[in-house]
Design a binder for this molecule. Sequence first.
Ligand code: NAD
Length: 379
Amino acid sequence: MSDAVLSQFKQATTEEKVYDTDHKFKIAIIGTGWIAESHIQSYKNQPDVEIVAAADLIPGKAEKFMERFGVKGVRFYPSHKELIDNEPDLDGISICTYNTQHAAPAIYAMEHNIPVLLEKPFTVTLEEAEAVCAAEKASTAFISVGFQPRFDANMQMIKKIVDSGVLGKIYYIQTGGGRRRGIPGSTFIEKSTGGIGALGDIGCYSLDMVLNAIGYPKPLTVSGYVSDFFGKNPKYNGADAARFSVDDFAAAFVRLEGDIILDFRIAWAMHVNTPGDTIIFGTEGALRIPSTDCWNGSVGGAMTLYHDIAGQRFDTVIPILENKGAGLFDKKIRSFLDAIKTGGPAPVPTSQILYNQAIIDGINKSAACGREVEIKFAD
Ligand SMILES: NC(=O)c1ccc[n+]([C@@H]2O[C@H](COP(=O)([O-])OP(=O)(O)OC[C@H]3O[C@@H](n4cnc5c(N)ncnc54)[C@H](O)[C@@H]3O)[C@@H](O)[C@H]2O)c1
């Protein structure tokens, strides 16, 4: 799985931009597991970055990681806390820890005014997300959440289509995706580390795709459902079934501000190839975005815009757009560095992703009590 996913990030490497290599960004990486590999590869592709520090809870892991990537002169620490306490001159931190360890390092970095690129999903709960946002507000630094699909030309086209007004007023969206079989292993599937399953891991991408396109309206209520029929069954999940303690499927009916309905479903495993395409319904047109296996948020084929022109119905096909220049991960890293230079704003701000997390959290809360819940924000 990891190679297939990572290979999507390995496109062209250098942009035709000139960077000030006299000033090198001093960067630290917290959590040196799988996704940190993409971060370090992309940092290495930048001419103006120096990796100065790394931390991992597992003794010796960060050292081996840096050795594997041929990065020398790095200072190592046993956790995010020691790293931040002892590195007063950092320009930025990549937080690549598992989901249940997103909030604490992000808050600690904000308290020390260090800009953060935080891996997705934002956090596990809404309460954690709000605590991170509060720390960020009190800080001079910013947090950008690691949604690399934001840099994909097709994702950007979805937003451009909505912004153009060709769909009219948006009133209903169905979105989601998933894999017929594709339950990850590692730290993704335990409550103590992953915290949430498919809902957070890939659900956050489907939500970001449509919520970003329509300007991230505030979520109001959620009726949600989660299940774990595949993850907990050794027939489908082998030996990992015994330790599986998160969801492998989630669905929800969400009301958003502006009288918009969001119908959502996401799966790490199911008995069907796809739970359906994403469709954005507007008063003047509709946009169909073919579903994918959904590993990291992508468009599964040519999109179709359904609309009337001069009283006649037309289907306009929007072919898959090629991504030019650097790969998506390089663009995510570069956008973070550029934002550090300008002091923000964050390329993918927490003010938006708070609403993404609120939906995920609302689905879990609604599923737990078996009825629709109101999403309540702290202020
Ligand atoms: N953007 C993407 O495409 C993408 C892809 C895969 C994973 N991710 C996200 O990246 C995150 C990490 O995933 P992974 O597969 O690399 O996990 P992983 O378990 O392989 O690595 C996480 C590492 O963080 C370390 N860690 C945890 N808490 C720590 C702390 N407080 N201080 C220092 N080290 C700490 C762990 O020991 C572990 O080595 C997850 O949130 C996941 O959702 C993003």
